[in-house]
Design a protein around this ligand. Structure first.
Ligand SMILES: C[S@@+](CC[C@H](N)C(=O)[O-])C[C@H]1O[C@@H](n2cnc3c(N)ncnc32)[C@H](O)[C@@H]1O
Length: 255
């Protein structure tokens, strides 16, 4: 059985990846931020986006970074060098905020891990004021595609991944728009952002199955294929003909 999240080393790489930053800029634009607003990053992880927003908006507003993981919140606090972000441990499906408390709410790469993502969407909408914005960001893991590797090898790794990764909604990205519609939001839009990785090292930052630092026990690659897979990746990288793409979605709407 595969684990639902990659190793910490993978997350560290991901934080700085320019393709992820590109998605985040699309998501920030969708929030229609203005000075003086209250903003929530729900499932904020170690708070990178919250601190980025703080550099753009602080002095005039309030930014809350909420995450269910006490460990993530502790790391977030450690990394904070005096920003105005307030870090809170909490569950996105049952938050302690009053109805309509926030002007803008974002939630990135969290819903795919949840048993009931629509309960979380309803809760995000509840804590957003009428007229405020909700922005969801998630991956469509079924969209992952690569070139430069033997097709049968790719087919087996892909099939294994899609069949064994459990506890995740692998199609979450493309479902975000309908989830916002069903939660009753208005002016719902969805933007697919195709991430492009021109070599295995760039891809490893976001695609755990391409990252040799993700341990074999994570189960992302069939055990008997691991050597062939990483060997083929190395050769494709040396030849310069590897590429990979992955679509992430940014969906937003007005409460
Ligand atoms: C893949 S990380 C994404 C973190 C951050 N949003 C980002 O995009 O870098 C998923 C985060 O969701 C958090 N999470 C999972 N379930 C949650 C829940 N029910 N309530 C709040 N946070 C949750 C995890 O602790 C983790 O930090």
């Amino acid at each position: 059985m595969a684990t639902d999240v990659p190793a910490n080393a993978f997350r560290e790489l991901d934080r700085a990846n320019p393709e992820i930053q590109r998605v985040r800029e699309v998501a920030i634009a969708a929030l229609h931020l203005a000075p003086g607003q209250r903003i929530l990053d729900a499932g904020a992880g170690t708070g990178e986006v919250a601190r980025l927003l703080a550099t753009r908006l602080c002095d005039s507003g309030a930014i809350v970074a909420l995450d269910a993981s006490e460990e993530a919140i502790a790391v977030a606090r450690e990394r904070d060098e005096g920003s105005c972000v307030q870090y809170i441990c909490g569950d996105v499906t049952a938050m302690d905020f009053a109805d309509g408390w926030f002007d803008a709410v974002r939630c990135e790469r969290v819903l795919l891990h949840l048993g009931d993502p629509d309960a979380a969407v309803a809760e995000l909408a509840r804590v957003t004021r009428p007229g405020g914005r909700v922005c969801l960001v998630d991956t469509d893991w079924e969209s992952v595609a690569v070139d430069g590797l033997p097709r049968p090898l790719v087919a087996r790794v892909r099939e294994h991944l899609l069949a064994t990764v459990v506890g995740q909604h692998l199609d979450m990205g493309r479902t975000l728009r309908r989830r916002l519609h069903r939660a009753g939001l208005a002016e719902v839009t969805a933007v697919p952002v195709a991430l492009y990785f021109p070599d295995p090292i760039a891809a490893a930052a976001v695609l755990p199955m391409v990252n040799p630092m993700v341990p074999a026990e994570a189960g992302l690659i069939p055990g008997d294929l691991r050597e062939d897979w990483f060997g083929a990746l190395g050769e494709a990288g040396e030849r310069g003909d590897f590429l990979a793409t992955l679509t992430m979605w940014v969906a937003s709407g007005t409460v």
